[in-house]
Design a protein around this ligand. Structure first.
Ligand code: NI
Length: 398
C-alpha cells in the first residue's frame, strides 16, 4: 500500500496518518467496552472484542492466556528483540454516574480506571505496527491482560507462559492519567509505583465483664495502642527520603457496651518504593506487635503478605521511549513524581527492562480522578496514545 512506501524515511507522518484514520473506530471500540464492563477474570466479552479486532487486522493471537487474557504477535521483517506491550482490560465494582449515552449497561460495574481506553489504545497500536511490520527488526507481543485491579492478572499470564514463546526481551506499559491534560505525557525515573504488602493482625486477649477489667485482658486497648505505634514506622523508622505508607484500613472487635471481647482484628496495607524500606517496615511492625504482647499481655497473630513489587522503570527503555514520544508529538512529555499506588505491570518490569508511560487524559475544564464514578477521560488520549506507543515500539525495534 502506498502509505507504507514512505515509511522508513518518515515514521512520524506515517504513524500519525494511520492513527488519525483509525481513531474513530478505536473510539467506537472504547465506547462498546465501556458500556459492557467486566470484573477481574470475567473479561469474556472484552477479550472476544480484542480477538475479533486482532483477527480483522490479520494478527495471529492466542486467547485464554491467564484465564481471560489475549496475546497477539506481530513479526517484524527482520530479526530482533521481542517487545511486549501490555494493556489491562478489567473494570471496577463502581456504579457509574456519568450519564453518558454509552454508560455502563451493568449496574454496579464501571470502567472507572480507563482500562477500556487502554484496551482500545493497544488495538490501535496493533493496527499501526501491523502496517509497519516489514520495517520492524524484532517482534511485538501484544498483551491484553485481565485482572489488574485485583493484582492477579499479570501473575496469571506469566504463569501461563506469556513471557516465553517467543521469549520477551523488553516491555512497555501505559496508564491514562487524569492529573495531566490530554495531549501531555509523563514519566518517572526509577520506581514509579509502590510495592503493596498487607497484613492481618489478630490481637488476642481474654474476655470478661467491662466492670471488672482486672479479670480480663483487654484486646481493644492493646489494639488501639498498636494502631498508634504503627504510625511510628513511617515517622521514626524509615529514612524520610524514602516514601512509605502504613495504613490500618479496618479494625473489628467487640459487640456490646459491657463486655471486653476476646480479640480484635486489624487489617492494613504497607506501600514502599524500595526493598530496604519494605524490609524495615515489616520488621518494625512485627517488633511493635511483640512489644504490645509483652507490655499488655495480649497475643498478636500476624499474617503478613507481600503483594506486587514496586514498578521500576529501566533507564534505557525509559529514555529511548521518551525520546520517541517527543519525536512523534513534540515537546509534550514531562517528568512526574512516583505514586504509592500499586500496579501488576511491576511483575513484567521485574523480569525484563520496562517502562510505563503516563498518558494525559483530562478533559479541558474537568478535574477527574481515577476510580471515581463520574470519571470521563478525554477520548483524544486514545489516538495520541497510539501514536506515542507505536512510535516508541517502532524505534525500540529500529
Ligand atoms: Ni488502572
Amino acid at each position: 500500500m502506498s502509505a507504507s512506501a514512505a515509511l522508513p524515511n518518515d515514521p512520524q507522518t506515517t504513524i500519525r496518518a494511520i492513527a488519525e484514520a483509525i481513531a474513530p473506530h478505536l473510539i467506537e471500540i472504547r465506547r462498546d467496552i465501556h458500556a459492557h464492563p467486566e470484573l477481574a477474570f470475567q473479561e469474556v466479552r472484552t477479550s472476544g472484542v480484542v480477538a475479533r479486532e486482532l483477527a480483522a487486522l490479520g494478527i495471529a493471537h492466542r486467547t485464554g492466556v491467564g484465564r481471560t487474557g489475549v496475546v497477539g504477535l506481530i513479526e517484524g521483517g527482520r530479526p530482533g528483540p521481542v517487545l511486549a506491550i501490555r494493556a489491562d482490560m478489567d473494570a471496577l465494582p463502581i456504579h457509574e454516574q456519568t450519564g453518558l449515552p454509552f454508560a455502563s449497561e451493568t449496574a454496579g460495574l464501571m470502567h472507572a480506571c480507563g482500562h477500556d481506553v487502554h484496551t482500545s489504545t493497544l488495538l490501535g497500536v496493533a493496527a499501526v505496527l501491523q502496517k509497519l511490520a516489514p520495517q520492524l527488526a524484532g517482534t511485538v507481543k501484544l498483551v491484553f491482560q485481565p485482572a489488574e485491579e485485583t493484582l492477579g492478572g499479570a501473575a496469571a499470564m506469566i504463569a501461563d507462559g506469556v513471557m516465553e514463546g517467543p521469549h520477551v526481551d523488553l516491555a512497555l506499559g501505559f496508564h491514562n492519567h487524569p492529573e495531566m491534560p490530554v495531549g501531555r505525557f509523563g514519566f518517572v525515573r526509577g520506581a514509579c509505583l509502590a510495592a503493596s504488602d498487607r497484613f492481618d493482625i489478630v490481637v488476642r486477649g481474654k474476655s470478661g465483664h467491662a466492670a471488672h477489667p482486672n479479670g480480663a485482658v483487654d484486646p481493644i486497648v492493646a489494639a488501639a495502642a498498636l494502631v498508634s505505634q504503627l504510625q511510628t514506622v513511617v515517622s521514626r523508622e524509615v529514612n524520610p527520603m524514602h516514601p512509605v505508607v502504613v495504613t490500618v484500613g479496618a479494625i473489628h472487635g467487640g459487640t456490646v457496651h459491657n463486655i471486653i471481647p476476646d480479640e480484635v482484628l486489624l487489617r492494613g496495607t504497607v506501600r514502599t518504593l524500595d526493598k530496604p524500606a519494605q524490609a524495615i517496615a515489616e520488621a518494625a511492625i512485627r517488633r511493635l506487635c511483640e512489644g504490645v504482647e509483652s507490655g499488655m499481655r495480649v497475643r498478636c497473630e500476624i499474617a503478613y503478605e507481600h503483594g506486587v513489587p514496586a514498578l521500576v522503570n529501566e533507564a534505557g527503555v525509559l529514555e529511548r521511549s521518551v525520546a520517541s514520544v517527543r519525536a512523534q508529538l513534540g515537546d509534550v512529555v514531562s517528568e512526574g513524581v512516583p505514586s504509592l499506588g500499586g500496579e501488576d505491570f511491576a511483575l513484567f518490569a521485574e523480569r525484563v527492562p520496562a517502562f510505563q508511560l503516563r498518558i494525559g487524559s483530562a478533559q479541558p475544564g474537568r478535574a477527574d480522578k481515577l476510580h471515581n464514578s463520574a470519571y470521563q477521560p478525554d477520548e483524544a488520549c486514545i489516538g495520541l496514545g497510539v501514536q506515542a506507543l507505536a512510535r516508541a515500539a517502532y524505534d525500540l525495534l529500529g
